[in-house]
Design a protein. Structure first.
Length: 180
């Protein structure tokens, strides 16, 4: 496997991961907003963290869809790498400040808490994003209009499936359950 092929595989993996995470967060906005509140100053009130949670979920969906359908756009690699580094930072700070508290990285689908294992997973995502930022050969990254539509349809299925699963699991569940 060439470095370029590995970079494209990492790019596709991260795009699908972002789509699933964004869809699941969107289905569990109250739960994810509870996690955002852990990092927000109390003076912000309850509405701004909810808006931030919605913005993060929509941003992940947009970034995942753009990255999946436009693999040749190099600037997206930088954005995905920045997001991966952001996940790692949140994981470390979450573990230091709120160990054992649910992270809601995948909305109601995520039962895991801020932990050393979570830090390891987020570091692996950031490392994969670094590999994905490796310039891929243009011949490998070219996707035509029909291919983009197909990838977008597939990405929509991933996000929709994660949304549906998170909505089903989160129905009637207290978003603050499990808080330390």
């Amino acid at each position: 496997m060439t470095v370029q092929t590995l970079a494209l595989c990492c790019k596709a993996f991260l795009a699908v991961l972002l789509l699933a995470a964004g869809g699941a967060k969107l289905a569990d906005l109250p739960g994810f907003a509870a996690t955002v509140r852990l990092f927000a100053p109390r003076a912000l009130g309850s509405r701004l963290p909810a808006a931030i949670a919605a913005g993060i979920a929509i941003g992940e969906l947009a970034l995942g869809a753009a990255s999946l359908t436009s693999p040749q756009a190099g600037w997206l690699n930088v954005a995905v790498f920045a997001a991966g580094c952001g996940f790692a930072i949140v994981s470390v700070v979450g573990y230091v400040r709120h160990p054992g508290t649910p992270c809601r990285c995948f909305g109601a689908l995520s039962r895991r808490a801020f932990s050393p294992a979570g830090i390891g997973r987020s570091m692996a995502v950031a490392a994969c994003a670094a590999v994905a930022a490796w310039p891929a050969g243009q011949a490998l990254a070219v996707v035509g209009a029909a291919g983009r539509l197909g990838l977008l349809a597939g990405g929509t299925l991933v996000a929709g499936g994660a949304y549906s699963a998170a909505a089903a699991l989160g129905a009637g569940r207290d978003p603050l359950a499990g808080r330390a």
